[in-house]
Design a binder for this molecule. Structure first.
Ligand SMILES: Cc1cc2nc3c(=O)[nH]c(=O)nc-3n(C[C@H](O)[C@H](O)[C@H](O)COP(=O)(O)OP(=O)(O)OC[C@H]3O[C@@H](n4cnc5c(N)ncnc54)[C@H](O)[C@@H]3O)c2cc1C
Ligand code: SF4
Length: 432
């Protein structure tokens, strides 16, 4: 009898602990399955570039990868790890390092969506001598990696500097890779120019959602030295870069886009939106967001047409047209709809908003029902005048009053332009 009571003394609490554990695990698995279902229903199934794939035979479902992922991209379903929120994966591989049985590997692209990765030598030179590539364009995303590659690429460029008559290097892009490269150019007294198409530095970081917490490992920057950031808000990270640029007096030519590169004897002619510059080497630190896709319609060159919503308040009391069918277009329309006196129209050429977050879709439905956003599916812009916009809607032409146009139609990578100067790309469909 005594031995039975002894057994019960241990068995009952153990059984209780096991029961709580199993219940919590099943709750978590249910939540992960729901997240995957929602991503699939919203068409958000393809990761942007580098992402993990799990070997189901090796995976023991420990959940270490799920805990390690700062973006909440992974979940455990039926005891195995899986990308349940593929589009938020940024490919930094924290999951892979955390996996105790090495069941994960990182790959580029998927079977359905190939990703073009340029050929880059270990010194960051492309297959075209004198054209270097650093940062996310080369395939590897992450603030630290981009910054380190920018610094290292300048070390390689130093070896060929001084031969060109004008500039030693043109650095295209002022994200982490471009800024670190610019600091390297300053440190080594290179004749340089940093071109940035936007009005601010930071690159992709500039476009993170407000207050997003970024995680970054220590990085060594030229002139500045070792920087330890750890977890840092988007705003603090941008302030850090701005401070670095101010103190170092790094010159960045904002709102100047690289539009062409031509090989000439002794270097390159780089065509920008404002000038043609001659240089011995070019460092492409342009990331993977590309240049905002344009509508290509008459009137688009007016200053009232922009490609990003910065401050919804500035549109108070105006008639605003938002063009696009992705999350950023919906988020822009919704943010504007909260402003007093704004009349918002959302124009999209598709039949439905197929690839957006469920939360945005339902918020838009509510806004449409309440009349705060007018949604025009199957519509396209024909032309933009100073006080109106001409559209085609369901095959019929019409005009609406307009004070501002915000185009959120994604970005275009200059792959063709780079192929024209001979840079070779490999399209990866789910390979390392
Ligand atoms: C939502 C999200 C969250 C992320 N979170 C993290 C995180 O927590 N930690 C982390 O380490 N990484 C994170 N990343 C990844 C990280 O932001 C990128 O890997 C990094 O910014 C890449 O740096 P880059 O300099 O190569 O390119 P980018 O930062 O993309 O900068 C490229 C710059 O080039 C400019 N440019 C492009 N074309 C031209 C042109 N033709 N002429 C002139 N200028 C041009 C662009 O305007 C841009 O400013 C995240 C990414 C995303 C999308
Ligand atoms: S690569 Fe990074 S973002 Fe993607 S699943 Fe792994 S830890 Fe998460």
């Amino acid at each position: 009898m005594r031995s039975l009571s002894d057994v019960l003394l241990y068995a009952v609490p153990l059984a209780f602990v096991l029961l709580v554990y199993l219940r919590n695990r099943s709750k978590r698995e249910y939540a992960h399955a729901q997240a995957l279902k929602e991503a699939m229903q919203s068409g958000l199934t393809e990761p942007a570039s580098l992402h993990p794939v799990v070997d189901p035979n090796a995976c023991i479902g420990s959940g270490s990868c799920v805990k390690a992922c700062p973006e909440h991209a992974l979940g455990i379903i039926n005891g195995k790890a899986q990308l349940v929120n593929p589009t938020v994966c940024i490919g930094h591989g924290a999951c892979m390092s955390a996996c105790p049985v090495e069941a994960m590997k990182l790959v580029f692209g998927t079977e359905r969506r190939g990703v073009d990765i340029p050929y880059v030598k270990p010194n960051f030179e492309s297959n075209v001598p004198g054209v270097f590539i650093a940062g996310e364009l080369g395939g590897m995303g992450l603030i630290r990696k981009a910054a380190e590659q920018g610094r290292q690429a300048i070390d390689a460029i130093r070896a060929v500097a001084g031969r060109a008559p004008d500039l030693d290097v043109i650095i295209v892009g002022a994200g982490p890779a471009g800024i670190a490269a610019g600091l390297g150019a300053l440190q080594h007294n290179l004749r340089y120019a940093v071109l940035e198409q936007e009005d601010s530095l930071g690159g992709t970081v500039y476009h993170y959602p407000r207050n997003k917490i970024a995680m970054t490992a220590p990085v060594t920057l030229p002139i500045i030295g070792k920087v330890k950031m750890g977890e840092i808000s988007k705003e603090a990270l941008l302030e850090f870069w701005q401070d670095v640029v101010r103190k170092s007096e790094l010159e960045i030519r904002f709102q100047e886009r690289m539009e062409g590169i031509e090989r000439v004897s002794g270097g390159f002619l780089v065509k920008t939106t404002h000038h043609t510059l001659r240089t011995g080497a070019v460092l492409l630190a342009i990331g993977r967001r590309g240049t905002p896709r344009k509508l290509g319609v008459p009137g688009e060159e007016q200053s009232k047409v922009v490609y990003r919503l910065i401050d919804p308040e500035q549109y108070r009391g105006q008639h605003v047209l938002v063009v696009g069918g992705g999350d950023s277009a919906l988020e822009a329309a919704l943010a504007l709809s909260g402003q007093p006196g704004v009349s918002v129209t959302l124009s999209y050429r598709g039949d439905a908003f197929g690839r957006v977050k469920e939360q945005n879709r339902s918020r838009l439905q509510q806004a449409e029902a309440s009349g705060s956003v007018k949604v025009m599916l199957r519509s396209s812009v024909l032309g933009i005048a100073s006080k109106k916009v001409a559209l085609e809607h369901n095959g019929r032409p019409l005009e609406i009053r307009n004070d501002a146009v915000i185009v959120n139609a994604g970005g275009v990578l200059p792959t063709d332009l780079l192929k024209q100067i001979g840079i070779t790309f490999e399209t990866k469909f789910g390979t390392a």
